[in-house]
Design a protein around this ligand. Structure first.
Ligand SMILES: [Zn+2]
Length: 429
C-alpha cells in the first residue's frame, strides 16, 4: 500500500545512501521489498521470495542474511508444502522488533505491543470513567509502556509508536486538530508522546489506520478497491482504498464517512451539522437500549445479539438495530456510488448491524435496482474488538523501518543510547 508522507515527530532522518550511490539505493530498495513481503505474508519461503521479487537466489539469500543480522527476520523450518523441487527455507518476521500501538477513545486508552507481521503481543485496555485529556493519555501510555519495557525479553526492542486517534490528525506534524467526542482541539499529543516515550511517534485517524490493517492483513488484502468503515465510541470513520492506494485528499482528511448526510433534519452531530451517519448510528444508543451495565461496553456485540434472539421482533432493541442498519445502508449507498468499491469492510459496533439485520442493510444499500456499483459490492466484517486499529497504528510505526531497514536502525542508534525507562517512574504531564 502507498505510504503516507507525514513527518514523524521525534524521528531523525535516516541516513540514506550517499549521492550517486546507486548500488546502495538498489540494495535499500531490495531490502525494503523483502522485509515488506515477509511482514505482510507473515512467513514466506526463499523460493517464493525469489519468484515474487524476480531477484536471483543468491541475492535473496544475501538480503535475508542482512535482515537476519538486523534482527528483523529469522529463518526457520523448511517449507514442506512445496510440491516440486527441494524444500525451501521459510523466512518469518523476527519477534524482536516491536511497535507500540496507542488508541485513545472516550472510555478507554488501548495500548499494545505489535510485532512485525501484525502480531499483537500484550494488549492493555485501560478503562477511564470519562474521556481522557491528552495529558492523561500521555500519563497512561507512559505508565503502561514502562511496565511493558520492564517485562520485555532480552533482545526485543521497540522501534517506534503509532497513534490512532478518533479525530482529525494533521499529517504534517501529527497534531490532533479535532477529536470532538474527546473534546480535544489542537492537541500536540504526537510530539508530547514522542518526548515522554523517547520514541518516534506517528499519528493518523483510527479508521484510516484500520483500513491499512485490513489492506495488509485482513479482508482487504489483495483487494485494490475497498472501503473500511469503523464505528467506535467516538463515532464513525472510514478509510478509502482506491486502485490499491489509500485516498488522503488535499489535506489528508479524506474518509470522514461519519459526516455523510443520512437523514435531513436528523439528530445534531458533534461536527455542527444534523443527520450525519454518526449522529444517527451510535454505539451509545445500542448500549442504552440493550441496558448494558457500565464498564461492559466491550461485550456489546455478544449482549445485543443474545438479547435479539430472545426478544420479539417488535421490541425496542429490534427497532433501534433495524433503524440503525437502515441509516448505515443509506450512508454506504453514497460511498459505493462515489467510489465503486468491490468490498465494504465493517468494523467496531457496525458489525452488530450487519450481523443482526443483514437483510435491512443489504436492501437499503442496493435499493433502486439499477445496474451499477451497488450490484456486486460485498460486505465483510473486520475482526471483533480494536485489534485492526492497534495493528494499523503499529503499521504507522513500522512504515519507516520497512522503507529503509538498515538506514532506520542506524538512525535510531545514532539518536543516542535509548534511555532505560524501566528505571524511571512515569512523569506526570
Ligand atoms: Zn457530522
Amino acid at each position: 500500500m502507498e505510504g503516507k508522507t507525514s513527518r514523524r515527530a521525534g524521528l531523525r532522518a535516516p541516513s540514506g545512501p550517499s549521492l550517486g550511490s546507486n548500488r546502495d539505493s538498489t540494495r535499500q530498495h531490495n531490502l525494503s521489498t523483502v522485509l515488506g513481503l515477509v511482514h505482510t505474508t507473515t512467513g514466506i519461503s526463499r523460493a517464493q521470495l525469489t519468484r515474487a521479487t524476480g531477484l536471483n537466489r543468491s541475492t535473496i539469500a544475501a538480503l535475508v542474511g542482512e535482515l537476519v543480522q538486523l534482527g528483523l527476520v529469522r529463518e526457520s523450518d523448511l517449507d514442506q508444502t512445496q510440491q516440486h523441487g527441494r524444500p525451501s527455507i521459510m523466512i518469518q518476521p523476527s519477534p524482536d522488533a516491536l511497535a507500540l500501538a496507542i488508541n485513545p477513545d472516550v472510555d478507554a486508552v488501548s495500548v499494545a505491543l505489535v510485532g512485525l507481521g501484525g502480531r499483537i503481543v500484550n494488549p492493555v485496555r485501560f478503562h477511564t470513567v470519562r474521556a481522557p485529556s491528552a495529558a492523561e493519555v500521555v500519563n497512561i501510555v507512559s505508565a503502561v509502556y514502562t511496565g511493558m519495557r520492564t517485562s520485555l525479553p532480552a533482545g526485543q526492542r521497540i522501534v517506534g509508536a503509532g497513534l490512532a486517534v478518533p479525530g482529525l490528525v494533521d499529517p504534517a506534524d501529527g497534531t490532533v486538530i479535532e477529536a470532538p467526542q474527546l473534546e480535544w482541539r489542537e492537541q500536540p499529543l504526537t510530539a508530547q508522546l514522542a518526548a515522554a516515550l523517547d520514541l518516534p511517534v506517528t499519528a493518523a485517524n483510527d479508521a484510516v489506520v484500520g483500513a491499512r490493517a485490513q489492506a495488509a492483513f485482513g479482508a482487504g488484502r489483495g483487494v485494490p478497491d475497498f472501503v473500511y468503515v469503523y464505528g467506535g465510541a467516538s463515532g464513525i470513520g472510514g478509510g478509502l482504498i482506491s486502485g490499491g492506494r489509500l485516498l488522503h485528499g488535499a489535506a489528508g482528511f479524506a474518509g470522514q464517512l461519519g459526516h455523510t448526510l443520512v437523514r435531513t433534519g436528523g439528530a445534531e452531530c458533534a461536527c455542527g451539522s444534523t443527520g450525519c451517519l454518526e449522529s444517527e448510528v451510535t454505539r451509545e444508543e445500542l448500549i442504552r437500549t440493550a441496558a448494558l451495565p457500565p464498564g461492559q461496553a466491550d461485550d456489546l456485540e455478544e449482549v445485543v445479539l443474545a438479547k435479539l434472539r430472545d426478544e420479539p421482533e417488535s421490541g425496542e432493541l429490534w427497532d433501534v438495530v433495524t433503524r440503525q442498519a437502515q441509516q448505515l445502508g443509506i450512508g454506504l449507498k453514497s460511498v459505493v456510488n462515489h467510489l465503486n468499491p468491490s468490498m465494504i469492510v465493517l468494523g467496531g459496533f457496525l458489525r452488530i448491524l450487519a450481523l443482526a439485520a443483514p437483510d435491512v442493510l443489504d436492501a437499503t444499500l442496493r435499493a433502486g435496482g439499477a445496474r451499477g456499483p451497488r450490484e456486486d459490492v460485498s460486505i465483510e466484517l473486520a475482526p471483533l474488538g480494536d485489534d485492526p486499529i492497534l495493528i494499523g497504528a503499529a503499521e504507522l510505526a513500522f512504515e519507516p523501518l520497512i522503507a529503509d531497514p538498515a538506514g532506520f536502525l542506524r538512525g535510531r542508534r545514532e539518536a543516542g543510547p535509548v534511555r532505560d525507562h524501566a528505571e524511571e517512574p512515569a512523569q506526570p504531564a
